[in-house]
Design a protein around this ligand. Sequence first.
Ligand code: TXA
Ligand code: MG
Length: 340
Amino acid sequence: MSGFPLMSASIIKKAVETLQAGKLVALPTETVYGLGADAANPEAVARIFAAKGRPADHPLIVHLANVASLSQWAEDVPQVAWDLATAFWPGSLTLILKKRPWVLLSVTGGQNTVGLRVPAHPLTLELLAAFAAAKAPGAAGIAAPSANRFGRVSPTAAAHVWEELGDKVSLVLDGGSCTVGIESTIVDFSCGTPRILRPGAISPVDIASVVGCQLSVVSDGAGGTGTPVPRVSGSLAAHYAPLTPLRQVKSSALAGEVARLVHAGRRVAVLAYSVCAPSNAGSVFYWQTMTPEPAAYARVLYANLRTLDALGAEVILVEEVPPGLAWQAIADRLKRAATG
Ligand code: TXA
Ligand code: MG
């Protein structure tokens, strides 16, 4: 990584050169930081898998500069997919579409579909545009999974990337803290009727406003309809997990559970949004109060899980979040963090 501050134009130039050389650039998006490489360069793509320790059959999302470049990567794109792209890009929506024959199988995990998204971060949009200009008229895309080691909590600040993968990336672009904080919503068009493979900040209601009907949310790799579910590493039961065991506890039971563990001499870290730290629990190890507003909660969730994970607590207790669509994506991530 360069050791001195560069102006935006020169850092973008350096990032383009790094990508062209087949090396890795960590980049900010509005959701989480990505570990980027030239999606058309097989050696560069292989470096992503090596750096993350990610199994080779897990597909990567290709980040594009704009909606129009979608057709360079995907074919037989349904009108409704165009409508979603037009409505939500740049933004935290990934579309799974039939890939063009030339798209690398190492990017798609051996599948005939490709995940595409235009991220909504000014620095990365600038990089994507400059990378596309350098490649024109060829297709330009940056393959980028979340910039964490496989199975771990996604990074939402450049310093998190540096902690996890600092020795594996050539350049970390610092674009500040991510404003959404959890990974994009994934809509899959590979099996006829579109469906949501991973809930995110763009909700089923937002999607229904464009598609005209509510899509089913496929979770835990079970389609419910017998249709095969494409491999989505973010859909593995254990994912986004801290190393400290994490348990979800109902709001009504949280204070009692904390008191019980503390009396048993256990070191406990707590993440709560509505329950206050119990005064009679003895010496609670750590109590993190979260906001009760879901978008703001999501924005800081991963950073707080990182902090709690680093405390050396024996267990992280997380107050269960309310039911309902507004909390669906957060509930999904907490469930996986608890399984890890
Ligand atoms: O918000 C995000 O989506 C972030 C930022 C960096 O864009 N990226 C991200 O990447 O979360 P990753 O690799 O951690 O998760 C992407 C998910 C994976 O679960 C992957 O399996 C799925 O997208 N995916 C990508 N291409 C796919 C395909 N062709 N079929 C099914 N799932 C796919
Ligand atoms: Mg990930």
